[in-house]
Design a protein around this ligand. Sequence first.
Ligand code: SF4
Length: 421
Amino acid sequence: MCALVSRKKELFYSKPCNVDVMSSDSSKVYFGSIKHGNSGAFASIAAKLDKIIELLDFSTIKPKDKVAVKMHLGFRDGYQTVPVFFIRRVVNAVKKAGGFPFITDNPTAVYNAAERGYTSETCGCPLIPVAGVKDGYTQKTEFNFHSVDSLELAGALRDADVLIDLTHAKGHNSCGYGGAVKNIALGGYHGPSRWRKIHGVEASIPYWDPDKCTPEHAKKLVEACPDGHIKYDEEKHTLSVAFGMCNQCLDCMEADKEVGCLNLRQENYALFQELMARAANEVVKTFDDDKRFYLNFAIDITALCDCWGIGMPHVVNDIGILGSRDIVAIEQATLDLIAKEGLIESMIPPFLRNVNLDPNADMHPFARIHGPMKNPYLVTEYCEGLEMGNRKYELVEVLSVEETKDMKSPSGVSETQPSFF
Ligand code: SF4
């Protein structure tokens, strides 16, 4: 382990050091495909998760280590979060290694997690609000990034010895993609940090000139947005764009071309991803380099984030499970696999307007949905720039179709009679 890495508390404000997994030409990403080559349980997705955990090597979890399994437990009527079936396997593996696991997320998601099947009984370990019962157990962390001076880092992550960033890979309206980085970047801070500072950072580069715009023209701009994402306050003569929801159709810019007071640029949209990378980095830095594990579940891949709290059609076929010790590599690999799979056009809901289905457009599926200025790869570039990991990866498939298809499958695989006696 790097000599600079010391005890967790000392590391809290220190820079990350280079680790083996990041200094090599590429980082390993273990992958279990949803495609099975054999009807035997040994080739199932559950067995693949077990194999990925084995390869990730939980032996660096020491007895009594407090292990934060950071999840997005969803909200309200959403059910497309990571199934408790898989959570339990991860939790059991942590216990086997001697660690004390706990599942953590924002207080609301924890309090109503039982509605979606997550309880201490089903998961096998406690569920703890990431920033305390009143969302106030935090550590102020300086950022000085455009409009964001500081964010409040969640105390449960600060206190834990080990991070398992366990993520449902899906689309996200603000940045195209919600994965491992987003899970700790937004989920690693208290609510006001998330909602009042990270969401909204896009507006910290000026994009509207009030001196060039009359109230009449501002109202024209409001009307130009088919989705109602532009608001104008006539009394204060202020205009705002909801960048998080905007799909960059640019109808508003078209309506403005004679006046030129509105300028929606890539720079605005990119701020969200850059801040996500920085926010995730501060979380990652609170853990020793051999105490960070990443698991991405690329199943039930919806266009929008789990925080929407609704069931949604999956817009990409199920892909499988990825595991790595490198957060950048796992994000890059997950995005590449989603790009390879492509969108299921018939599943795109009609409320997602302006989805680019041009086969000749060189765009990631999530950029097709959320707009060209929300290229989901940006966040991996920012993270690599912060030396959080490596965008180059080696995809190591476990129990592949090729490997398992000719293996002898067991007979009598289904339960023919009650077997619990
Ligand atoms: S680019 Fe399109 S979606 Fe975005 S604010 Fe303008 S009109 Fe609305």
